[in-house]
Design a binder for this molecule. Sequence first.
Ligand code: URA
Length: 189
Amino acid sequence: MCNTWANLERDCLTCKKCSLCETRTNVVFGEGNINSKVMLIGEGPGKEEDLQGRPFVGRSGKLLDKMLEKVGLSRQKNIYIANIVKCRPPQNRDPLPGEQNECMNWLRSQFTIINPKIIVALGRIAAARVIKPDLKITKEHGIIYKKKDIFMMAVFHPAALLRDQSKISFAEQDFAKLKHLIDKNISYS
Ligand code: URA
């Protein structure tokens, strides 16, 4: 792991830039291979993530891992997963704009070091922050955007898939599209 990354993680783990630090158990910095060309961005830690200090380890994370595995992706191998906010918002409420603003510098630094070719926003909040503020997830999931040579796509948040199983087939199609995008644009040699 490079020094800069280790320093970034160390600093992030003691962050007190917003009041979420008062109620968190652990900062959830992110997880995966930092040499990946694909980065997934969620919204913020839930209860289980807060307890473990790892992203997407609850029910929605298990579903996400299953869907990723089907297209040859895993956090142990070829993706990195992080969130817009690194600390759990109480009662899993949406992170407030001010909390997101304070936290975005950590994510920007993660982007700078990882330098992904493809970014996948998991759900509306991440899509609004990373792709475009008015992105409508129901209409615009699966669309490939390109900004400064980086491909970006929003998919339904796995928690939304757990709430409404009829969305699962859309998510599967989006992940298949992601695999195609990776196969066309990324060489793992
Ligand atoms: N939901 C998110 O958006 N991120 C997590 O890490 C877990 C659940």
